[in-house]
Ligand binder design. Structure first.
Ligand code: KIV
Length: 270
């Protein structure tokens, strides 16, 4: 059930949801039409993820998507949203080199798209950039665990923080994000027992993807949830509908009707 208590979801409402034990729902979105459906269904957070690079543009990784392209997707989404908090990924290369560039990128997203917050991958290594952005009044969401912008460092998309050393570092990074003033953190593909420790150790909401059930909320890529993407089948994914099959059937029927002169009929013309 969506939390209709909030007419508009803010970073403050999310903190309240964690304190009240209400789970937070979050989905990705990259365009206006889908944003209207997702928002009116009652989602709490819409993430304009850099997964647009994979899902919308067909790239193998999230690395190629540019700041201009993220702003295009984000502004389309914002026009379709009335209630959800809209968070936008800072894309690879737009914040890693120095805090001033990070701030300039975040300001462009906020000014040009009308979104409400940005998300950044990483912990202590991007601390100065996070501080700079937060000091400008821009809410920041962290992202730890499997961080796809670092895929070439990891080598694979396998579960992160299985070893004690990496788990300890992740917990420290999550505490740092909380202390710095981030409003939430996404934990991607880590053991459930590690995400449980993080959730109990910090005050801000923890949103998981492949991070088990002991977190404050869940996020999925919408195209995976509705079956529009077919190649991606990780264990953590639940498909709620097979839109690929439904759309294929509809399109095949249309083609058949066109070929057989069944479309348009008398009522479908002027
Ligand atoms: O870009 C994205 O879709 C994400 C989610 C997987 C959390 O960062």
């Amino acid at each position: 059930m969506s939390n209709r208590k909030y007419k508009r979801v803010t970073t403050h409402s999310l903190l309240e949801m964690k304190q009240d034990g209400d789970k937070i729902s979050m989905l990705t979105c990259y365009d206006y039409s889908m944003a209207k459906i997702i928002d009116s269904s009652g989602i709490d957070i819409i993430l304009v993820g850099d997964s647009a690079s994979n899902v919308m543009a067909g790239h193998e990784t999230t690395l190629p998507i540019t700041l201009d392209q993220m702003i295009y997707h984000a502004s389309s989404v914002v026009r379709g949203v009335k209630r959800a908090l809209v968070v936008v990924d800072l894309p690879f290369g737009s914040y890693q080199s120095d805090p001033n560039e990070a701030l300039r990128s975040a300001i462009r997203i906020m000014k040009e798209s009308g979104a409400h917050a940005v998300k950044m991958e990483g912990g202590s290594e991007i601390k100065d950039s996070i501080i700079k952005i937060l000091n400008a009044g821009i809410p920041v969401m962290g992202h730890l665990g499997l961080t796809p912008q670092s895929i070439y460092k990891f080598g694979t998309y396998t579960v992160r923080a299985k070893e004690n050393k990496e788990a300890k570092r992740l917990i420290e990074d999550a505490k740092l994000l909380d202390e710095l003033g981030c409003f939430g953190v996404v934990l991607e593909k880590i053991p459930a027992k590690v995400s449980k420790k993080v959730t109990n150790a910090i005050n801000i909401p923890v949103i998981g993807i492949g991070a088990g059930s002991h977190v404050n909320g869940q996020v999925l890529v919408t195209h995976d949830l509705v079956g529009l993407s077919t190649e991606f089948n990780p264990r953590f994914l639940r498909r709620y509908v097979d839109l690929n099959e439904i759309m294929s059937k509809a399109i095949k029927s249309y083609i058949k009707d066109v070929k057989n002169l069944n479309f348009p009929n008398e009522n479908e013309q002027y």
